[in-house]
Design a protein around this ligand. Structure first.
Ligand SMILES: Nc1ncnc2c1ncn2[C@@H]1O[C@H](COP(=O)(O)OP(=O)(O)OP(=O)(O)O)[C@@H](O)[C@H]1O
Length: 530
């Protein structure tokens, strides 16, 4: 957390300066109260009124600083939160495909929302509260020194007790806080999962599962939060004890000094105020420090996203060649899926992969796109072993359109471009190739029609055509399609497949459960997996 505070040191310096000026005003007011009381005791009414005037003026200035402080703290907190979110997403960007899928999507969402709000409220808010208190304490201790040195000495002794008493619970505090963030994560994952399954539960009349799962997850989260509250209560009580002891003892000492006529009677009022400021701060120091430390495990968790170290540095030559499989086998753990496959996909040719469900068709495409690299035997592209090719370079040459392509909320155009820019002629071309003309013509805003969350406002076949257009517009020469036309009506599917197999520039390898005669005749080969 301190890394981010340091990263925005200029902004935090401005905040510190404002806090110092606020603390200074507050301390001067406390000291003035002593003079006011002394003026009253001496029946010097004019002097009393002058001090009241000064105090009012200081209050007005303090109010301006307090307002500024709230605004500036919020601004720097938001800058730090955005920087943390950016760092998390950049880690996600750099991770491998498998590492990303070790966690559920809800977990990442929880990091970016729940954990960030914990960092803001538990980490940053306590940091600024601690900073405010420390500055006010410093100015108050200096003020005490002007009354009598023994007050400072006693403040140090009583202050140490106030700070160290709650430290007994520090470890428990960090543990319970980590437990709460983990339960928050599980809660969000479980709830988002069950809500994502709304359509399925609806069809089975099992929507009550949403309440059931949410309630179960909520009870676990509540238990973690209640455990944390118990630890917080212990820390708070220890802090309050030190605080009250410190305030009463400093008053007693001032009373004693006043009796001895070492300090004026009015000092009693001032040291009372200064004591409240100092011991309120010190009483909270341990809790605040423990809370600040308790967010550290959250940062550690973010760092656990393993960056993908790209060992496969072979780059693909500009003159690409075909894909060759030689005695290729693949197993998920003990489960053998592909055994001893040899085949040659030549550049510019068109192929189909067929086989019963579970025969390993998608697994093979995942090897060809570099997602699965722990195969045995050989699989080469342009004479380079696939698991030695730089992953990004491989995906720049081979396009994979998966079985369930994801559509983002937004327009059709945005779903095709994914934020990149393409010419109008490229758009027109892919709209034809993916047989999207009729759909776009019928929509009120054409390509700029909003398709709803995950493309909900479109049919399965329409979604599949947009996914195809998204792939085709990228102009890759090798295209792997996993059941790319399975949701389409016969004539659209045939038109799209004909467009693909008749495009001389493309190398097409498509998985299909429905190999149409007309298409089969135009293919250069069919690989059947058993
Ligand atoms: N990540 C995985 N971990 C373990 N087993 C897996 C994994 N992915 C797939 N499998 C298993 O490997 C086998 C082949 O799966 P794959 O998806 O490649 O088959 P497929 O031929 O494409 O099937 P379908 O035609 O139904 O899409 C299946 O038995 C599947 O259960």
């Amino acid at each position: 957390m301190f890394y981010y505070i340091y990263k925005f040191w200029k902004e935090n310096l401005v905040v510190t300066l404002i806090l110092f000026l606020t603390g200074l005003c507050q301390t001067i007011v406390s000291v003035q109260v002593a003079s006011a009381l002394d003026a009253l005791i001496a029946f010097n009414f004019n002097h009393f009124l002058r001090i009241v005037g000064i105090v009012l003026g200081l209050f007005a200035i303090q109010l301006i600083f307090v307002r500024l402080q709230i605004i500036k703290i919020s601004q720097v907190k938001q800058k730090m939160a955005t920087a943390i979110r950016t760092d998390i997403t950049q880690r996600i960007e750099k991770t491998s495909y498998n590492e990303f899928h070790k966690r559920q999507v809800g977990t990442y969402a929880s990091w970016l929302s729940n954990d960030l709000s914990t960092i803001e409220t538990v980490g940053f808010d306590n940091f600024y509260a601690l900073l405010t208190g420390s500055i006010a304490t410093l100015t108050s201790v200096i003020a005490l020194f002007f009354f009598h040195w023994s007050l400072v000495l006693w403040t140090i002794v009583a202050g140490a007790l106030t700070i160290f008493l709650p430290k007994i619970f520090e470890k428990q505090m960090a543990k319970s806080s980590l437990n709460t963030t983990k339960e928050n994560e599980r809660f969000l994952s479980r709830v988002s999962e069950v809500l994502s399954g709304f359509d399925t539960l609806f069809s089975y009349s099992l929507l009550k599962n949403i309440t059931k799962n949410t309630r179960e997850a909520s009870l676990k989260l509540a238990a973690a939060k209640n455990d944390q509250a118990v630890v917080v209560s212990n820390v708070t009580i220890a802090g309050v004890f030190g605080n009250v002891f410190g305030q009463i003892s400093i008053l007693t000492l001032t009373g004693f000094l006043a009796f001895r006529k070492i300090v004026p009677i009015g000092s009693f009022a001032a040291t009372s105020n200064l004591g409240i400021t100092i011991f309120n701060t010190l009483g909270n120091v341990s809790t605040q420090l423990a809370q600040i430390r308790s967010v550290q495990p959250i940062f550690d968790k973010f760092e656990n996203i393993e960056a993908h170290t790209e060992n496969n540095q072979h780059l693909i030559p500009s003159e690409i060649q075909g894909i060759k499989l030689s005695h290729l086998s693949y197993a998920y753990g003990d489960k053998q899926v592909l055994s001893d496959i040899s085949y040659h996909f030549e550049l510019g040719n068109k192929y189909a992969i067929v086989g019963s469900s579970g025969s390993g068709k998608s697994t093979l495409l995942n090897i060809l796109i570099g997602k699965l690299i722990d195969y045995t035997g050989s699989a080469t592209f342009s004479n380079l072993e696939l698991n030695e090719i730089n992953g990004k370079d491989l995906r720049n040459n081979i396009l994979y359109i998966d079985q369930t392509p994801y559509l983002f909320s937004g327009t059709i155009r945005e779903n095709i471009t994914l934020g990149e820019s393409f010419s109008n002629s490229a758009f027109n071309q892919v709209i034809k190739e993916a047989v999207l003309e009729d759909i776009i013509e019928k929509l009120p805003d054409g390509l700029d029609t909003d398709i709803g969350e995950a493309g909900r406002l479109l049919s399965g076949g329409q979604r599949q055509r947009i996914a195809l257009a998204r792939g085709l517009i990228r102009g890759k020469r090798i295209i792997l399609i996993d059941e790319g036309t399975s949701s389409l009506d016969e004539s659209s599917a045939l038109r799209i497949e004909e467009n693909l197999v008749n495009n001389p520039k493309l190398t097409v390898i498509m998985i299909t459960h429905q190999l149409r005669d007309k298409i089969e005749k135009q293919l250069d080969g069919v690989l059947t997996l058993l």
